[in-house]
Ligand binder design. Structure first.
Ligand code: FNR
Length: 167
């Protein structure tokens, strides 16, 4: 059986993003029957409902790319106890026009990553709220809140601890 294709969406555009580093580690550590690939979101213009009849080319390309995936893994920081705007924008762009959402029915999982102690819990759960409306069945357990990330990666962005890698 061929591997299931998993779109990995990173909720940070920062060059040295911890979330991107963890996402790359997850892709490398993934089960052999999962093929993860980061799908970029930084090129998407701000979503504007006025454009639904004639969406920007970048949004159309994003939706076409996502359509080829079997599932979606979100790896995101928490901004002000919620989902970063850039990630919410990507979710909105993929969800419209109404009835033409690219997300609907795709299984999802969420990991939040933060240098802080509570591991982006607020972002993780606000994101899950959107996934309910988007009709994305979301993995419940294990929950994945990765706090204290700054001390967990080496200078190549690799996870240092065996216990964290096992998790
Ligand atoms: C943050 N940060 C943050 N961290 C957190 O745990 N909870 C929060 O609510 C916030 N809020 C917040 C708002 C804004 C606007 C910024 C820029 C940052 C800190 C954040 O976790 C930190 O910058 C991470 O390094 C961001 O993730 P990446 O870019 O490293 O993946």
């Amino acid at each position: 059986m061929s591997a299931k294709k998993v779109a990995v969406i990173v909720g940070s555009l920062r060059k040295e993003s911890f979330n991107r580093k963890v996402a790359n580690e997850l892709i490398a550590l993934g089960a052999p029957d999962l093929a993860g690939e980061i799908v970029e979101i930084g090129q998407l213009p701000l979503y504007n409902q006025d454009d639904d009849d004639n969406p920007p080319a970048a949004s159309t390309a994003f939706k076409q790319r996502l359509a080829a995936f079997d599932a979606v893994l979100f790896v995101t920081p928490e901004y002000n106890r919620s989902v970063p705007g850039v990630l919410k924008n990507a979710i909105d762009a993929g969800s419209r026009p109404y009835g033409k959402s690219v997300w609907s029915g795709k299984p999802a999982a969420v990991m939040s990553v933060s240098p802080g102690a509570i591991g982006g819990f607020g972002a993780n759960h606000h994101l899950r709220q959107s996934l309910v409306f988007l009709n994305m069945p979301c993995m419940q357990q294990p929950e994945a809140y990765i706090g204290g990330i700054a001390a967990m990666l080496d200078d190549r962005g690799k996870i240092k601890s065996d216990a964290t890698r096992d998790f």
